[in-house]
Design a protein around this ligand. Structure first.
Ligand code: SF4
Length: 370
């Protein structure tokens, strides 16, 4: 199993909470595509794994034309080995999803679509700086389904400073009526350098209280359980058989390669990433773009803990033992108090966090790090 991630670093406008690498300088799109193709070709000799997932994220991949995708797909198919049942996902903004565009995405080969809805409340959308309306969000999902997509995901954001649990519940009531198989629901975080962070520091926004956060998280969990969504990662829920295979490969340690500025790769025990700098990326000088980090044993153990505890699969204790017996003993000793308190449980040598405790999982992870 191996994945390819392609980062399309362009947006028509900036959302106030977002710290993904992106630019609104759309005149750089064509030069970017030239550099992207050069990078795809470059790694074809180095990355020979069979590709089981391909993911276009951003930024806003749905601002590309179908002809752009056709060129990229043709190059990818010439350069890499695609598995027969490859999952091919595109992140889309609702306002880009015309019926014609949906048809073209399917023709290009996409079989999974992830739509950035965030909320169905107009006030939320305006405050967050989203370009779409609630009506457009609903229409986009309806059209994606009637156009032929059968693997549809959407994102929601909760924990908004001006909102409340009841309003979040109204969003979930709408989700119930939609033909989606996957829901990613993220608690708002005030990321350094974003407009929202500046508003927080100026006292215009407040962080909601822990008990408000917990109420919204519990509401989300109850909703998911009642509606038949499996809670398979802290922020991710799906109908049976519809986990995001691409994101799951990040969490289970499969190799992947990222293309585009700011993208990350992981293979052969090292991490590599492109600097988040479009101008540098356009020069296609890999010596200057790429940064690399070889993971030592403790990095790999910590990664198993961090990724495993955030997923339903849990932490593979035997894998840690195989890496280093002393570190394994340390992890086992540190986990005792969490096991006794009922936050963690051990199932066939996999250390798992019960879903209720995912709300505080970051503290548990820190405590188990070697
Ligand atoms: S949330 Fe998406 S659309 Fe908004 S600025 Fe970030 S990448 Fe662009």
């Amino acid at each position: 199993m191996a994945g390819i991630y392609i980062h399309i670093p362009f947006c028509f406008s900036r959302c106030g909470y977002c710290d993904f690498y992106k630019t609104t300088k759309l005149d750089k799109l064509e030069p970017f595509l030239v550099a992207l193709k050069s990078e795809i070709k470059h790694y074809s000799l180095l990355f020979q794994e069979k590709i089981t997932t391909l993911y276009f994220g951003g930024g806003t991949p749905s601002l590309l034309k179908s002809s752009h995708f056709d060129e990229i797909f043709s190059l990818l198919r010439d350069s890499y080995i695609f598995s027969e049942n490859i999952e091919i996902t595109i992140e889309c903004n609702p306002d880009d999803l015309t019926k014609d565009y949906i048809d073209k995405l399917l023709e290009s080969g996409f079989n999974r679509i992830s739509i950035g809805i965030q909320s169905f409340h107009e006030k939320d959308l305006q405050e967050m700086g989203r370009r779409h309306s609630s009506a457009q969000a609903l229409q986009a999902i309806k059209d994606a389904y009637s156009g032929g997509f059968r693997n549809i995901g959407m994102d929601l954001i909760y924990g908004l400073p001006w909102s409340n649990t009841a309003a979040f519940g109204e969003n979930l009531e709408i989700v119930k009526t939609l033909p989606i198989n996957h829901l990613s629901a993220y608690h708002l975080t005030f990321e350094e350098g974003t407009p929202f962070d500046r508003l927080l520091k100026r006292g215009v926004y407040r962080e909601i209280t822990d008990s408000e956060s917990l109420n919204q998280y519990e509401l989300l969990r109850e909703f998911a359980a009642k509606e038949g969504f499996e809670h398979y990662e802290v922020s991710n829920f799906c109908k049976p058989g519809f986990r995001s295979r691409h994101n799951s490969s990040y969490w289970d340690g499969s190799p992947y390669i990222g293309f585009g500025p700011g993208s990350h790769s992981y293979y052969s025990s090292y991490r590599q990433w492109n600097k988040a700098d479009l101008n540098l990326y356009l020069k296609s000088d890999r010596e200057k773009i790429v940064e690399k980090e070889v993971l030592d044993i403790s990095d790999r153990v910590n990664e198993l803990i961090m990724l495993g505890l955030r997923t339903a699969g849990g932490v593979n204790l035997e894998a840690i033992e195989a890496l280093d017996k002393q570190m394994y003993s340390k992890v086992v000793a540190a986990s005792k108090k969490w096991l006794q308190a009922g936050n963690l449980y051990n199932e066939n040598k996999f250390l798992k966090c019960n879903a209720k405790s995912w709300f505080v999982v970051d503290g548990i992870i820190k405590d188990l790090f070697v």
